[in-house]
Structure formats: C-alpha cells, structure tokens
Design a protein around this ligand. Structure first.
Ligand code: 5AD
Length: 347
C-alpha cells in the first residue's frame, strides 16, 4: 500500500492526512529508494540536471530569540557574537560575484541592531551595485510594513522556515513566540510578492509522525516557491544539546516526498544534511534537491555562526574550494548553474 500511495503522490501531488501518516509510518529503505527515483525523475523534468548555486552571507549571529534547539539563542553565552558592517557584507558580495554567484542570501539572527532602516540601506546598496543579482533575506519575523519596505528596496526572496506546523510543538520549541504570527509572516511575504521559502526541522525532540503530516499539509496549502528542510542537530550549549540528531536517510526520504508534492519547488540540499553525513549533500541532490548554498561569509566568523555542533564550513575561501563544490555537484551527474535561478513559477 505504501508504494501505491507513493505512486498516487507522484501522479496527483496530494495525499490526505491519513495517507500521509500511513506513508511516513511505513518508511523502509525500499520505499525511500522508490521515492528517490520518482523524485529524481520529477526534478529532472522541471529543472534538467541544473543545480542552482546561492551565495550565503551570515551577517550577524546576534539574536534576541530563545529557540530551544539553536546555538544562536540569546541565552547562549558560549558563542562569540559578531555583526558584519555594510562594507564587509558588500565585500562578501563582490567576492561571490567574481566567483559567479548571482543570488545573495543575507541570513542572520533576529538582531535588533538591524533596524528596518539599516536593512533597507543594505538591500539598496547591494541592489544598486548588483542589479543583475537576486537578493534573498532570511532575517526572521518582521511586520508587513517592514517586509514591504525591503521589497521596495529590491529584495525579492525571503526564507522563513515555519520550523514545524504543529502549533503545540512550535510553541514548546520557541518560548515567547506565536505559531499564528509565524504563519502570518509567511502569508504577508507571499501577499507582497516575494518568492517565499518555508521549511521544517526533521527529528527535532518531541516531533511525531503526526507533526510531520501537519508539515506536509501546511506546505501544500502555503505552496511556497522554496522549501528548506534539514535534520535537527544538537548544539551542546542549548537545552536540547543532549538529544540525538535526525537521520540523513529519513531527511532525504522527506526531501523526495516534498519534490513529489511540489514538483517545481526550489529545494536546497542543506548544510545540516551535509554536516550529518559526508554523503548528505550528494544524497540530497539525488533525492530531488536542486539548490546548494555555499558560504560567502568571511572565514574568521564562520565558526561563530554555530547553529549546531560540527557545522561544516563548505565555503568558497579559495578557488580550490569553489572547484570542490562544483566537482561534488558534477560527480553525481548534475550541472552547477550560476544563473539568477528564479522560481519557475515567477518568470
Ligand atoms: N539543528 C538543525 N537546524 C537548525 N537550525 C537552527 N538550529 C538548528 C539545529 N540545532 C535551522 C533552523 C533555522 C535555520 C537557519 O537553521 O531551521 O530556520
């Protein structure tokens, strides 16, 4: 029956809650293998062998939030905090531009220093200098008016993982945050016209298969342009530091299912997956992922962006390193694509 459900998902891109639950509960290596083959077929149909590259700039690790799993949570005093100034961020873009990148992802903690004015100036600065590049923001929750302002300044994409679509689990993992507000942010971003990325954690402590069913149904309904999922990874200075990580196998299975549900979605093989398993990145691509986000942050600060323990620092610090990234993509039969890479649903 689970194979029939997989086939149904492949054909109709939708399942009922009961069907999702059955599929997730009957996960086996053989089922995952079939899911991977179907997902690979679907992504090849929509994107060919192309894998989009996005340059990631982690511009601040200062955060006023208290997310139980995250090493950047404000309570963590064992992390050396940093914040890049506009000039340094522009230098990262310049470096990336020279290497061929045409999308810059500005990701950071929820750092109150970066007021709307400062983010707006930053986006404008990058947009003016690199009008042929896409600017993606990943800076957490703000108001509709703020999001609109950043859009008008030139940002066109926004990543805001919903983290989990179970209200109860969401609120237990994120003290003082509201699930409804998170969802409102995602809807606001869509209304404004951003290409929106949502996504969730796999194997975070307390997560059940029912919770994951909620994630699939929520994503189907939201219909985002991008979906970022990765395994939960413990970070020793957080309250969840002693729990075990999610698994690479189950994460890649879920990547395949997302590809089957949202055939033309942009789906990154995430750093967490690559950290968990040396073959994670490649496994992700073979399971339906079609985006890779190498790190363009200055080398000196990379280890300080410690979301979780052991985070790999695959970056572009040298021509050699850049070549390595491209080789890894090519070794599994894909073609690195440095074009702006909009969602096929936009342009
Ligand atoms: N393990 C895995 N992913 C994490 N993130 C934060 N902390 C962890 C962790 N311990 C993810 C969140 C966030 C993204 C930037 O990093 O999903 O949205």
């Amino acid at each position: 029956k689970s194979f029939l459900l997989l086939q149904k998902l492949y054909e109709t891109h939708d399942l009922s809650k009961e069907e999702w639950l059955y599929l997730l509960e009957h996960y086996t290596d053989a089922l995952a293998c079939s899911a991977r083959e179907l997902a690979h077929q679907v992504s090849t149909h929509y994107f060919g062998k192309r894998v989009y590259l996005r340059g990631l700039i982690e511009f601040t690790n200062i955060c006023h939030r208290h997310c139980l799993y995250c090493g950047l949570r404000s309570e963590n005093e064992n992390v050396v905090r940093y914040r890049l100034d506009q000039e340094t961020i522009l230098a990262c873009c310049e470096e990336g531009y020279k290497l061929g990148y045409r999308t810059f992802v500005l990701q950071g903690g929820e750092d109150t220093y970066f007021t709307d004015e400062r983010i707006e100036a930053l986006v404008k600065g990058i947009h003016e200098r690199y009008p042929d590049c896409a600017i993606t923001l990943s800076i957490g929750e703000r108001s509709y008016a703020s999001y609109l302002r950043f859009y008008q300044a030139g940002a066109r994409r926004f990543l805001l993982r919903h983290e989990t679509a179970s209200k109860q689990l969401y609120e237990s993992l994120h003290p003082h945050m509201s699930f409804e507000h998170r969802i409102k942010c995602l809807k606001d971003l869509k209304t404004i016209g951003y290409q929106v990325g949502a996504g969730f954690l796999v194997g975070v402590p307390g997560q059940t298969m029912e919770d994951l069913v909620e994630d699939f149904c929520f994503l189907k309904q939201l219909d985002p342009h991008m979906v970022g999922i990765g395994p939960f990874m413990p970070q020793k200075d957080t309250p969840l530091g002693n729990f075990t990580s999610g698994t690479a196998e189950f994460t890649t299975f879920l990547l395949s299912l997302i590809r089957l549900m949202l055939p033309d979605v942009l789906l990154p093989a995430t750093t967490a997956l690559a950290t968990l398993d040396p073959k994670g990145g490649e496994m992700g691509l073979l399971s339906g992922a079609n985006v890779v986000m190498p790190n363009l942050s200055p080398i000196e600060v990379r280890h300080q962006y410690a979301l979780y323990d052991g985070k790999v620092y695959v970056g572009t610090e040298s021509a050699l390193c850049q070549q390595q990234i491209l080789n890894n993509i090519e070794n599994v039969g894909f073609i690195p694509d440095f074009s702006i890479g909009h969602s096929p649903r936009c342009c």
